[in-house]
Ligand binder design. Sequence first.
Ligand code: DPM
Length: 331
Amino acid sequence: MTSPTGVVSPPGPRTLRIASRRSQLAMVQTHWVRDELRGAHPDLSISIEAMATQGDKILDVALAKIGDKGLFTKELEAQMLVDRADIAVHSLKDLPTNLPEGLMLGCITEREDPADALVVHAKHLDKTLATLPEGAVVGTSSLRRLAQLRHHYPHLEFKDVRGNVITRLEKLDSGDYDCLILAAAGLGRLGLADRIHELIDPAISLHAVGQGALGIECREGDASVLELIQVLEHRPTALRCRAERAFLRELEGGCQVPIGVNTSFSAPEAGGDLVLTGMVASLDGQRLIRDQVSGPQEDPEALGITLARRLREQGAGPILEEIFATVRPEA
Ligand code: DPM
């Protein structure tokens, strides 16, 4: 492999083995990664090993009650640790902020629209989130969506929905729910963007940390693999997601907590400041703490930590402790 400067890089692996979940969305994402890597490294042979994770298998238990960090990632990580895979492709929002020893987040891909989307049953096509009838049943297993929507729309009811995106849509269409809230990015990647009825305004509901981006995990210090995957890194997305992940890590929130974020650049072209908004809410939606910080994009982690501390000063700690005690008493 010769770089434009004529320097020969160290011999990389001739093959790159990718571990992926088996769901349709996971496979679409993994195939995208494979195709990008193929385009950049035509000589590389790439294999994909698809497997089910704990989160794919346990479908009868509310996501928050399983409570385990790394629900969708552990089995893929095990493959890398025993050297049966070189990278794992994850929805970044499913990747815990603390990774197992020996593994690292190798790069972050360009983010799609990170917003949540409302998807409605055919009988509600003339409604919006604000005009759904009293008692309308919203399907979601996300405590973050539940808490924020309850805060703004106390007339709505919430019911757990598990399974992959397509299964959920089938359950909606068969009348089990009045609407679903799903990530716009996932629907878009599955070619189902036409099901997006309304994008949810961040003023109403903030998205999950890392939503809409992919995280490529690899073995720590695996220089040849890191070099191969660098073509996938999208710096503005990485800066935003590093701030978001530092915020979540500092609040010690796993992925199943009502914590939401939003990030932007004050002046994208000119190396402007990074703006981070975050919120923590109680499950009944009664208490919702939200704040915003901005600062130099060179140190996104510092920004995340600052915002987390600010929310703690405003009472986020007791809200989170209460949630940990109720949704996963054994943890
Ligand atoms: C996590 C959550 C959900 C997924 C919790 C949250 C949604 C669960 C649900 C951590 N992972 O968002 O507050 O609503 O029952 C998941 C989806 C995507 C990645 C599906 C979705 C696709 C979009 C993306 C499941 N993980 O949120 O609609 O790449 O961000």
